[in-house]
Design a protein around this ligand. Sequence first.
Ligand SMILES: Cc1cc2nc3c(=O)[nH]c(=O)nc-3n(C[C@H](O)[C@H](O)[C@H](O)COP(=O)(O)OP(=O)(O)OC[C@H]3O[C@@H](n4cnc5c(N)ncnc54)[C@H](O)[C@@H]3O)c2cc1C
Length: 403
Amino acid sequence: MSDTLSGEIVIAGTGPAGMIAALALSEAGFRIVLAGPEPRRDDRRTVALMRPALAVLDRLGVLVRVADKAAPLRVMRIVDATQRLVRSPVVTFRANEIGEESFGLNMPNTVLNEALEAAIAERTWITWRKSPVAAWELGAEAATATLEDGTNVSARLAVGADGRDSPARAAADIKTTSRTHPQAALVLNFTHSRDHGSTSTEFHTETGPFTQVPLPGKRSSLVWVVQPEIAEELPTMDDAALSLRIEDKMQSMLGRVTVEPGRQVYPLSSILPSRFARGRLALVGEAAHVFPPIGAQGLNLGIRDVEDLVRTASEHRDDPGEPAALSAYDRRRRPDVLARSTAVQLLNRSLLSDLLPAQLARSAGLGLLHALSPVRAFFMREGMQPGSGVARIVSSFRDQLRI
Ligand SMILES: Cc1cc2nc3c(=O)[nH]c(=O)nc-3n(C[C@H](O)[C@H](O)[C@H](O)COP(=O)(O)OP(=O)(O)OC[C@H]3O[C@@H](n4cnc5c(N)ncnc54)[C@H](O)[C@@H]3O)c2cc1C
């Protein structure tokens, strides 16, 4: 016999975005049914989360569980490692330039997921069914999810946190614009003989970024974006040869490199839905935006989706899935998601482009960042929290004009 559950909100997807949404919405007083399998335990990626995202995790009781397995990011550097005619100076962002101790923390995805699972297990207002959604019915009054284990879940609002291919998004007939990039990311972790000094370095190359991000101790994670065929080839190299190749690529900046076991390849694509909510469904995380991993934006943006969803659902407490609530959520998310995905696309294309104007524009932009500390400060604040760079400029004008 099939089981029937009802909650105020059903969330599909148990990646970080779905689990954070479950915790945040339950904290706001909603009864949640979370549907999805246990998160994968073999994810080799790490995730750099900026201070505003960490503040959300702190409020949800998750930060304390990850803090000792995460490394602070105090300095972020961009190095133009292209062989192009026009090259940019090294740009260095220091958190202390904007009065912060660090920009955020970098942690293994598995550490974050385990901490989220443990926090969920302590919440009585979250019922987790470890089964994927097999079918959706998104009606005028309610959303019903039929799970693979036969359970029917009905709720006023459905949240699609079911990743880049989002079956929930397809069920709501939300169209997408998508693009496969001629790039893939090789992901691995490595130890090194010199201290990283809490510094992350993003080398810009003709195939995409090569990014080292600190982990606790003399360890770092690497996201190396190359052509898909190279990404398939690199992991087949033996440890010594690959370690040497990476050390070489980083100009021995961290001394001797030794790769750790476990290499993964992620093909890169971009996906943008035409709407962020429709027919009792709101999208969060990669269901709502996918773009190449440049500048650690993806999950930071996903956590901002969750914050806007909590705000909107709380303003429409009687029926968080009503059309007015979904329109408000769509309006709130649109500027932030479009701005971030456009910026990442432009930067990525300017790296790949052989065209001189694109290279000049990138170089001029990085040159300004290198030379002007107020411009750097603006971008550092905007990078962490949209609007905060603008807010700081407005407040400094106000101080000067005493208004
Ligand atoms: C190489 C790389 C490096 C990155 N580095 C960073 C970084 O430093 N900082 C940052 O902010 N972001 C980073 N990102 C982006 C970040 O990893 C993603 O934004 C994040 O993992 C997306 O989480 P999610 O929960 O939306 O999706 P996912 O983690 O894909 O989770 C989706 C979940 O939905 C489940 N699911 C699928 N179908 C169903 C169904 N029918 N029913 C129920 N559940 C279903 C899946 O099982 C899965 O658990 C990086 C990405 C890449 C590729």
